[in-house]
Every structure is written in structure tokens, then in C-alpha cells.
Design a protein around this ligand. Structure first.
Ligand code: HEC
Length: 214
């Protein structure tokens, strides 16, 4: 077998495959198998709660019909549902959730993604995505207000005139200011993305406005 080039390449191929399997599957599983997975409740932070409460004030009727209140548990429920909708609507066909350490991606999307960020129920399985028709969303939270997202999901072209993103009118009871339970959950989920990092924009700005007494 080692007399021919093909034989050497064949054995090498199997060898490299085995090495990759060992280093990318077996070693990580052994390293992290005892690490507990965080729950959605544990990943509800002040920034996400702030956005969730903002939704309850902005769309009081829709919100009351959709969620019991604005506790951590209610918010976790919204995040779980929001993620399901993100998966079900195929948002991940066009959006990645992984900022790579190449091509100056951090200048465009925010801090490079790290392993620990994915150790959560809401990241299982991970929504890395397959390609990027739209921007990476792993630092999307706080970049826009809830009302912007509502209008954008209802009809993206209203806010980005040449947007190729599909419309999602079934997340609303008729108008962009009437998001239903699914719409509210998806907005909460999108606002949660990246909320575990200090780079989260909107919230700090609002805190500083509040402290100035407005
Ligand atoms: C056909 C591809 C496509 C699909 C499917 C898609 N998007 Fe988009 N999305 C885009 C493109 C392109 C943009 C950039 C233009 C714009 O803002 O509308 C975008 C923009 C966005 C933005 C704004 C990003 C920013 O900060 O400017 C958000 C949030 C978003 N999409 C969320 C979603 C969600 C949630 C879904 C699933 C319900 C979804 N997208 C489905 C292509 C897509």
C-alpha cells in the first residue's frame, strides 16, 4: 500500500480525519462535560429586562394579552419562544451569530465571539448560521429601539428602503404597532443578543439620560 502515492494519501487522509475528530470533538467533550449549562433565566440580565419592560409600556394591550408580567421568568419565557421563532422563520439562513477574529469583523459587528458566550440553553444548538445575506446579529441587542424592530419586522423596506429581508406580518395583529405574542418574543430575543457584554449600546445611553434627570 505504501508503494503508491494514492496509498500514502489515503492513509494520511484517514489519519488527519482521526486527528481532527480527536481535537475538535473528543477533547472538547472531555474538557467541558462537567460544566453546567446556564438556563435562560440565568441569562436574563438588566439590559434584557429593560427592553422587555419597555415593550410592556410601548405596547401595553398587546403585551398584556401575550405575557403575564415583566419578571425574569416571563422574560425567559419570551426568550425561549423568540428563539424558536428565529429558528422556525429561518432567520439563520441570512444572519450569522458569530463574530470572527478576521477581516476586521469586530469593527463592523462588535467584540469577537468567545466560547463561553455559547454555554447557554438558548444557544443550543448554536445559531452560527450558514451565510450572511444580512449582518451578523450576535451583538444586535440595543442597536435599535423596540419600535424600530417592530416596524422592520413588519415591513423592512419602511426603514431600509432597499432591504431584501422578507416581511413578517404574521408576527402582528394587523399593524406594526400591534406586535402579537410571537412578535414581542422575537423582539425580546433580538434585544437579548449581546446583552451579556458591556459593549451593549442603547441601555447605557438611557441610564445616563435618566441620571441627568430627564
Ligand atoms: C433573505 C435574507 C434574510 C432573512 C430570511 C432575514 N433577514 Fe434580517 N436582514 C437581512 C438583510 C439583508 C438585512 C440588512 C438590511 C435591513 O436592515 O433590512 C437584515 C437586517 C436585519 C436586522 C437589522 C440589523 C441592523 O442592526 O441593522 C435585524 C435585527 C434582522 N435582520 C433580524 C432578522 C430576523 C429576526 C429574521 C427572521 C424573522 C430575519 N432577519 C430574516 C436579510 C434577511
Amino acid at each position: 500500500m505504501f508503494e503508491s502515492k494514492a496509498g500514502v494519501l489515503f492513509i494520511a487522509g484517514i489519519g488527519f480525519f482521526a486527528l481532527a475528530f480527536l481535537s475538535n470533538v473528543v477533547v472538547p467533550v472531555l474538557m467541558f462535560r462537567d460544566q453546567p449549562e446556564r438556563t435562560a433565566e440565568a441569562d436574563v440580565n438588566d439590559r434584557t429586562l429593560y427592553q422587555f419592560e419597555e415593550l410592556s409600556k410601548r405596547y401595553p394591550e398587546s403585551f398584556r394579552a401575550a405575557f403575564k408580567g415583566t419578571t425574569t421568568e416571563d422574560c425567559a419565557e419570551a426568550l425561549r419562544l423568540g428563539r424558536q421563532i428565529y429558528v422556525g422563520e429561518g432567520c439563520w439562513h441570512c444572519h450569522s451569530q458569530f463574530v470572527r477574529p478576521v477581516s476586521n469583523e469586530s469593527r463592523r459587528y462588535g467584540p469577537v465571539s468567545e466560547t463561553w458566550e455559547y454555554q447557554n440553553e438558548l444557544q443550543r444548538p448554536v445559531m452560527f448560521g450558514t451565510r450572511r445575506v444580512g449582518p451578523d446579529l450576535s451583538r444586535e441587542g440595543g442597536r435599535h429601539g423596540n419600535d424600530w424592530h417592530a416596524v422592520h419586522f413588519f415591513r423592512p423596506k419602511t426603514v431600509v428602503s432597499d432591504s431584501p429581508m422578507p416581511e413578517y406580518p404574521w408576527l402582528f395583529d394587523g399593524a406594526p404597532d400591534k406586535p402579537n405574542r410571537r412578535g414581542l418574543a422575537l423582539i425580546t430575543y433580538v434585544q437579548w443578543l449581546g446583552s451579556w457584554l458591556d459593549s451593549y449600546p442603547y441601555y447605557e445611553e438611557l441610564e445616563s439620560i435618566k441620571s441627568e434627570g430627564y
